[in-house]
Design a binder for this molecule. Structure first.
Ligand code: FE2
Length: 324
């Protein structure tokens, strides 16, 4: 089976091509968030302008022709409405033209599924950490097979928190990766730490770090901000692992590219003899291949979307998506 996956939920327009589980191409173009953050209409315009080129490049690299394709997957949500719309329209146009299946995919499910696909983990607890989301997930078969949310952020995603701090502190480029670089030379200073059971919150931490940025060495603030937020994620994840008697953990999503986070989660897993896995950075960032892999799996399991299912949904919660 050959499936194309289209991702457009936020700043990335990505197209992946997969054949029987093998990723043949994974192309993307990313909107430059710069100092202003993401203005949905502008990002959507960027996606419109670049969709044709990304699709063509992906197909070229895969060595496939459109006529070979069996299905088109796209991100149904969660994400920014105007951006999701571009991916959905591109996918729907293609599927209609080719007379093949259109497969709406939950973006969060796709992050976990691609990670399981490349690591071989079977039933892991998943720490899904990105700009907009921070959740601890595990498959539950009742009342239908889905990812149950064991814990999540009460306010903003950890990635948003790090990016927002970078912007407020005037770091360039204003990304969490800049915070990570500066953190390498920093020393710890106390910051607000908010974990309630398996849930956590980041805005108090963001406010305090922004205040401290005016008074302390930037390296120290970045180090403390990163250590505190990642320690919160590790504490909640460790609790989830032990309460569910799990023997596998994976982390996925944009923030799972962080070396320090993976190091800290690795220590938790070592302590409890838990198998730990993660995908490569290009598969943790938003990409089309994760949509293609998930859509192919859904089609293989006999999933066929009804016309009412093929829209977009900005707040498409991960626990409402049926997992195949
Ligand atoms: Fe994502």
């Amino acid at each position: 089976m050959i499936v194309i996956g289209i991702e457009s939920s936020a700043h990335t327009f990505g197209v992946g091509v997969v054949k029987n589980g093998k990723i043949l191409a994974n192309e993307k173009k990313m909107y430059d968030v710069g100092a202003s953050g993401m203005i949905p209409a502008e990002v959507a315009e960027f996606h419109v302008e670049n969709s044709g080129e990304v699709l063509e490049t992906a197909l070229g690299k895969s060595g496939m022709n459109l006529e070979d394709v069996d299905g088109i997957g796209y991100t149904k949500g969660p994400g920014l409405g105007p951006c999701l719309q571009v991916g959905q329209m591109t996918a729907k146009t293609l599927a209609t033209r080719l007379g093949v299946e259109l497969v709406p995919v939950n973006h969060s499910v796709a992050h976990v599924e691609i990670t399981k696909h490349v690591t071989g983990l079977i039933d892991p607890v998943a720490l899904y950490v990105s700009g907009g989301n921070s959740q601890i997930l595990k498959i539950d078969n009742k009342p239908y097979r889905h990812y149950r949310i064991l814990g999540e952020t009460f306010d903003i995603g950890v990635g948003n928190m790090l990016d927002s701090f970078a912007r407020a502190a005037g770091l360039k480029p204003a990304w969490g990766s800049t915070v990570a670089k500066l953190a390498e030379g920093g020393r710890y200073t106390a910051m607000p730490y908010t974990v309630k059971g398996m849930d956590f919150a980041f805005t108090g931490l963001l406010t305090r770090a922004t205040e401290l940025a005016a008074e302390r060495k930037m390296e120290d603030v970045c180090y403390s901000l990163q250590e505190t937020s990642f320690a919160m994620l590790c504490e909640a994840t460790e609790r989830a692992l032990l309460l569910t008697n799990s023997v596998e953990l994976c982390t996925c999503g944009g923030v799972a590219q962080s070396k320090r986070l993976k190091e800290m989660l690795g220590s938790v897993c070592d302590e409890h003899k838990i198998k730990f896995g993660f995908a490569s950075d290009d598969l943790n960032a938003d990409n089309g291949a994760m949509i293609a892999v998930t859509a192919e799996k859904m089609l293989e399991q006999g999933y066929r979307a009804g016309p009412k299912e093929c829209g977009i949904e900005q707040r498409y919660r991960v626990d409402r998506a049926v997992v195949f």
